[in-house]
Design a protein around this ligand. Structure first.
Ligand SMILES: [Cu+2]
Length: 211
């Protein structure tokens, strides 16, 4: 028993440094005009792909004939539930290759959650309300955040070499040098800052601003 306890203690001790030395990363994202850009997904993929699996669950509700939040980011393997908090019926679907599903949702009835086990981008729609849209970015890493109203995404990152990626659902070039950069976090580095400038597509005619 004593040796088991000692073993556990050593195991804890060995796993500690990664958490203790994690750097506070802040990533500022601007649009082409230099304005802070909210709802940008920023994630860091460890070189070699050896990131821990910390898949969590998320919630995308329907309220006021909108999906909330508009943008979600989860690690592969996470499950998402879709409570309908409107008085009306919704019929949500995704045709995206990363996750196809189709679900009729009635007010007050708990919908079964969906597991998102492939990385990629999923666009959600509603068969009844054409204007309803939501985006889910599924990433192969537990290190991610969305930019807030100030255009900054903040998350902790253990020491290591990473590819830092920024993604916005309306960006002009979905991949490329403007949205990817190498990032090295050394032990004791804190805080770490990075920045992106993303060009967005012009909104389609008649599209409501900010939606
Ligand atoms: Cu609907």
């Amino acid at each position: 028993m004593k040796s088991l306890k000692r073993g556990l203690w050593f195991a804890c001790l060995l796993s500690l440094p990664a958490f203790v030395q994690a750097a506070n990363l802040s990533v500022a994202v601007q649009d082409a005009a230099g304005k802070p850009l909210a709802d940008v997904v920023v994630y860091a993929e460890a070189e070699g792909g050896a990131a821990p699996k910390v898949a969590k669950s998320a919630v995308i509700e329907q309220r006021g004939l909108k999906f909330l939040p508009l943008v979600s980011v989860v690690q592969t393997g996470a499950s998402i539930s879709f409570p309908n908090n409107d008085k009306v019926r919704h019929h949500i679907y995704s045709f995206s290759p990363a996750k196809k599903f189709d679900q009729k949702l009635y007010s007050g009835v708990a919908a079964s959650s969906q597991v998102f086990d492939k990385s990629g981008t999923v666009v959600l729609g509603c068969n009844i309300h054409d204007r309803m849209v939501a985006y889910v970015k599924i990433v192969d890493t537990p290190y991610f955040a969305k930019t807030e109203a100030d255009g900054v995404a903040r998350f902790e990152l253990p020491p290591g070499k990473y590819k830092l990626v920024a993604w916005h659902f309306n960006m002009a070039a979905p991949t490329g040098p403007a949205s990817e950069q190498a990032l090295t976090v050394k032990p004791g580095d804190a805080p770490v800052a990075a920045a992106f400038r993303l060009a967005l597509k012009a909104p389609a005619e008649g599209e409501a601003a900010g939606y």
